[in-house]
Ligand binder design. Structure first.
Ligand code: SF4
Length: 406
């Protein structure tokens, strides 16, 4: 498994795979070909189907360092290696081809070049299953965050301190903003107004938790700065759960960082053994994984054993199996924003359910992740970030090539 520094990335929304990744790929391509006068980019598959709604065009321009960018949208063609394929062509002043490169945005902002393995690049960790990690915990009598520190070094805590600050800042900015989100769907920010009305919902004490998730996801939809956890689309779940529980239970900073480390291990396990890309396996890989990460974080914060933490993460995955990615009009708004709030609520419930028992349970986290991988492979293309099926087909306008929102 890769370092947690490859999982948690700070960047502008709305989509890690459709905006952060393409921007990083363009930046890398331009750095390798400073002679390029202009860059042509062919976007394939999901990137082309929901690219403009997800801000791919703006992300590519931002990464081109002032060079003109010409985009060709090919939603009708999916490259065999991954549904998020891109071909970069460097052009000279006479429009001649100087160089070309095919790359894939494989989820969470990560990029892989043609011929490169789509899996993890580095192997910071010596175990890639939860069963293996539990074995280490049993043998050493230590917790999951201790394993993280052993593998990553003590510097990981400074990194996670920065990640936590960025998560909190996204909540605060989301709570301070109002108005309509961009894209033309007419979706209004509601985190701030919901918070102002806190306590008015009978029998519901967790308004704040849901509102924190809404705040981050609205920031993401507006193109604000968020942390991939594991992606931009699922970025609201973990910050909301961490902050809500830390406030409710007066957890200290060290405990929150340890929870962030444990959540990162959960996200890394899914990334390694299935996928965190909505285009590859649907929203189960994004918000489903975010829920599992947050469930594990909640359990860690509340003093659960490693076995209970594994159980919490498994519940988080199991009850998102099969969840499709069908963003209306290609925007990361419906169902994404509300889905983050529901994911945060479910995460806390998953942690509570797990902590009612001693951690023993029938379905292991590793089995649930394998089920996720296989389920994702069975999902039709319309349910994998193309806005061609599900809610997108019923609620939104039919997507135009490259611009589902018009
Ligand atoms: S439905 Fe889920 S996976 Fe798809 S864009 Fe929205 S948050 Fe991402």
């Amino acid at each position: 498994m890769e370092s947690l520094t490859e999982l948690y990335r700070i960047g502008n929304g709305p989509s890690s795979s459709h905006s952060l990744g393409p921007r990083a790929a363009m930046t890398a391509f331009c750095a390798r070909h400073p002679e390029a006068a202009a860059v042509e980019v062919v976007l394939y598959g999901s990137l082309a189907a929901t690219g403009r709604g997800h801000g791919t065009d703006r992300a590519l321009e931002a990464g081109a360092d002032g060079r003109p960018v010409r985009i060709r949208w090919r939603p009708d063609v999916s490259l065999p290696a991954h549904p998020n394929g891109m071909r970069f062509i460097a052009r000279d002043a006479a429009d001649g081809e100087v160089a070309a490169w095919t790359a894939y945005s494989v989820g969470g902002g990560a990029i892989r070049g043609e011929g490169e393995s789509l899996g993890p690049r580095t192997s910071v960790y010596d175990r890639s299953t939860f069963a293996g990690i539990l074995g280490w915990c049993r043998a050493t009598g230590r917790g999951i965050p201790d394993w993280v520190e052993e593998r990553e070094g003590a510097g990981i805590w400074d990194f996670l301190t920065g990640i936590r600050a960025a998560m909190d800042a996204a909540i605060d900015r989301g709570l301070a903003a109002s108005g309509e989100l961009p894209g033309g769907l007419g979706v209004r920010r509601r985190a701030a107004s919901h918070l102002a009305g806190e306590g008015k919902v009978p029998l519901w004490r967790r308004t704040t938790l849901a509102v924190y998730a809404l705040a981050v996801s609205e920031e993401n939809a507006a193109g604000g700065v968020v942390v991939t956890a594991p992606t931009c689309g699922g970025a609201g779940v973990l910050p909301a759960v961490l902050r809500h529980i830390a406030e409710e239970h007066r957890c200290d900073d060290r405990a929150v960082l340890r929870a962030l480390a444990t959540a990162g291990v959960v996200g890394n396990l899914v990334k390694t053994n299935a996928s965190i890309s909505g285009a590859a396996i649907g929203c189960q890989g994004e918000v489903g994984t975010a829920c599992a990460m947050a469930a594990a974080a909640a359990a860690e914060l509340l003093g659960a054993s490693p076995a209970q933490i594994e159980c919490a993460a498994e519940i988080g995955i199991e009850h998102h199996l099969g969840m499709t990615c069908d963003p209306v009009a290609g925007l990361v708004q419906i169902p994404c924003i509300e889905r983050n709030a529901v994911g945060a609520l479910r995460a806390v419930d998953a942690a509570a359910l797990a902590m009612l028992g001693d951690g023993s349970h029938r379905v292991s986290f590793d089995q649930a992740v394998e089920a996720m991988r296989r389920t994702g492979a069975d999902l039709g293309e319309g349910y994998r970030e193309t806005s061609r099926a599900g809610l997108a087909a019923i609620v939104g306008p039919p997507p135009e090539p490259g611009n589902a929102c018009g």
